[in-house]
Design a protein around this ligand. Structure first.
Ligand SMILES: Nc1ncnc2c1ncn2[C@@H]1O[C@H](COP(=O)(O)OP(=O)(O)OP(=O)(O)O)[C@@H](O)[C@H]1O
Ligand SMILES: [Mg+2]
Length: 442
């Protein structure tokens, strides 16, 4: 077993960052000893968790302040049994609105809100924290099947760099999604604060993990999933600052694939949305690559791409970076972004990748799996072309390639056309069975 496998094993077992560092420092000879130690520790953790769960179930009232707390307690105990069971089976669970009201203490703790709904923190009786996203819009019965089909697809996706969907609620008064709670919240909180607290190595780790999550959606799912809204607010960070991409599949789920308007009449979020999202051209998975590129500029700069309070950005930051790159004045970037000497090469690599990702023509942008390799230093990065030529040329919006046009290069070995989230047309009942959704009530 190699060190990387051991890292993965440690990850899967939920062991903390410091342990991982310790493992990293171990020599090859100590690996088998470490595996034994990890297995023993994991077993102990598992036994303690089981004990805590049973104590929580049988000894104390569960979340909620209602007078019939004993009934609630029994109800939730059974619910949680089923919940844990289904989590093991990795199926999305159907919750009732009452269960979610109890878990969120009647939607008391708001984590934030965005274009699709408001997110509340919740806690299940076994101590599992969750984030409950209450979706805007009505729970029209006619969309129930479609909703469950999409939930079923999203709920089955498991990747370390994707936020896990535990389940959902679809009732007259509540349409919600129940996600794993990601401890450190969204990346924007850290990037755009004045104190620039994230080390460059961590920023690089976030960029690579995010790229891996998107690459999984694009290239490893049975049916390609386009995110449509990659931005710092949708990158969540766990306790060790590993990134998890949030809200994938949501555009389709909310029937907003073509209409997600967050500000001014276009699709996606201004500043991150690819040009083709705003123009009447075909949209492919490459729109996510563009948004990732914009995100990458913000990660390198630890600043918003548009921030007129910063001297180097009376101009748009990506264009400012391109000019420095083109005239080989990357030193300016290092100074402006307070990048340490030791991180210079890594920063330059990230800039080159960002410039490739935001190329005007979608087919010139790399695949996300190639982006991962480039960020990790596994492949040499060719010198990027000017992504902003169209902004200076006579024709500010040159035609994008027609539907089906392909120019494959090493950056884009997969030139297949757009496919979207699963098209599970629903012609049979019971649909719950069909979509492998379990009910969380007793
Ligand atoms: N699973 C989660 N764990 C912890 N915090 C979360 C989770 N999901 C969302 N949040 C928090 O809730 C905030 C609001 O999320 P929400 O997705 O509603 O808005 P957004 O990401 O800013 O916009 P958009 O609707 O375009 O995705 C996030 O910025 C994040 O801080
Ligand atoms: Mg979001």
């Amino acid at each position: 077993m190699g060190i990387s496998h051991l890292h993965w094993l440690v990850h899967q077992m939920g062991i903390g960052h410091q342990h991982r560092l310790a493992v990293h420092q171990m020599g090859i000879r100590e690996v088998s000893g470490a595996v034994a130690a990890i297995i023993i520790v994991s077993l102990l953790v598992f036994i303690v968790k089981v004990a805590i769960f049973f104590m929580a179930c049988y000894k104390r009232p569960i979340i909620g302040k209602s007078s019939d707390s004993t009934q609630d307690s029994r109800f939730l105990t059974l619910t949680m049994d089923k919940f844990l069971n289904d989590m093991e089976k990795e199926k999305p669970i159907r919750f009732t609105s009452q269960q979610l009201r109890i878990a969120t203490d009647i939607f008391t703790y708001l984590l934030g809100s965005g274009g699709f709904g408001a997110v509340y923190k919740g806690l299940f009786s076994d101590g599992t924290p969750v984030a409950v996203k209450v979706l805007y819009g009505s729970s029209d019965k006619t969309i129930e099947q479609q909703f469950m089909a999409e939930v079923s697809t999203i709920g089955k996706l498991h990747h370390f760099n994707l936020v896990r969907l535990y389940g959902f609620c679809f009732e007259y008064d509540l349409r919600a999604l129940v996600y794993e709670y990601v401890r450190n919240g969204s990346l924007d909180k850290y990037l755009f604060k004045d104190n620039k607290m994230l080390e460059f190595e961590i920023l690089h780790q976030i960029a690579v993990g995010t790229a891996k999550g998107i690459a999984y959606l694009h290239e490893e799912c049975q049916d390609r999933i386009i995110h449509y809204d990659i931005k710092p607010g949708n990158i969540l960070l766990d306790g060790s600052f590993f990134p998890k991409v949030a809200d994938f599949g949501l555009a389709k789920l909310c029937n907003r694939e073509n209409t997600h308007v967050t500000m001014t009449g276009g699709r996606g979020t201004p500043g991150y949305a690819a040009p083709e999202m705003w123009l009447p051209f075909q949209i492919t998975h490459k729109c996510d690559v563009y948004s990732f590129g914009m995100l990458l500029f913000e990660i390198v700069g630890r600043r918003r791409n548009t921030d007129i309070s910063l001297p180097e950005s009376q101009e748009w930051f990506p264009k400012w970076v391109w000019k420095r790159f083109e005239s080989k004045e990357m030193g300016d970037l290092v100074i402006a972004c307070e990048i340490e000497e030791k991180d210079k090469d890594m920063a330059e690599r990230m800039v080159k990748v960002a410039l490739w990702c935001v190329q005007y023509k979608p087919q010139s942008r790399p695949l996300m799996s190639v982006v991962v390799k480039m960020l990790e230093g596994g492949v040499e990065i060719p010198t990027p072309l000017n992504p902003f030529e169209h902004l200076t040329s006579e024709n500010p919006c040159p035609a994008l390639p027609p539907h089906g046009a392909q120019t494959s290069s090493f950056l884009d070995s997969d030139s297949s056309q757009m496919t979207t989230v699963c098209n599970l047309a629903c012609e049979t009942t019971p649909i719950m069975k069909k979509y492998e959704i379990e009910i969380a009530s007793c």
